[in-house]
Design a protein around this ligand. Structure first.
Ligand code: SF4
Ligand code: SF4
Length: 106
């Protein structure tokens, strides 16, 4: 029997791995957001590691765009989410490690 894919909406661990400056935002995202008229997303960034920009985080270390009123693990800017977010692979070793760190074992 094929394994079920991991359900990100019951997890959100990778979006809670922020601690300031860790979820990097490459320059191509700034171009994309400007074209979409979302200068507000650019204004909300903060300095990240390696001289890059990054998503700002809450005091708890979660990305400021995480969570909707109905779904605490949903991304509020999902169609415009960052390249780092798009390229993060569900089920990768890093995904599994983040889940483990957040006590999500199922
Ligand atoms: S850690 Fe993995 S399963 Fe959890 S939200 Fe991120 S990609 Fe999805
Ligand atoms: S932009 Fe969305 S997908 Fe990316 S880290 Fe923030 S909440 Fe998660």
């Amino acid at each position: 029997m094929a394994e079920l894919p991991l359900d990100c909406l019951t997890c959100g661990a990778c979006c809670r791995e922020g601690s300031d400056g860790r979820i990097l935002v490459p320059a191509q995202d700034l171009v994309r957001w400007r074209r979409a008229g979302r200068e507000d997303l650019i204004a909300a960034l903060q300095p990240g590691h390696f001289g890059e920009q990054a998503f700002a985080t809450t005091p708890e270390g979660a990305c400021v765009h995480l969570g909707t009123p109905d779904q605490p693990n949903a991304c509020r800017i999902y169609p415009l989410r960052g390249t780092t977010c798009r390229e993060f692979e569900v089920g990768s070793w890093q995904c599994l490690e983040y889940r483990r760190q957040h006590g999500i074992t199922a």
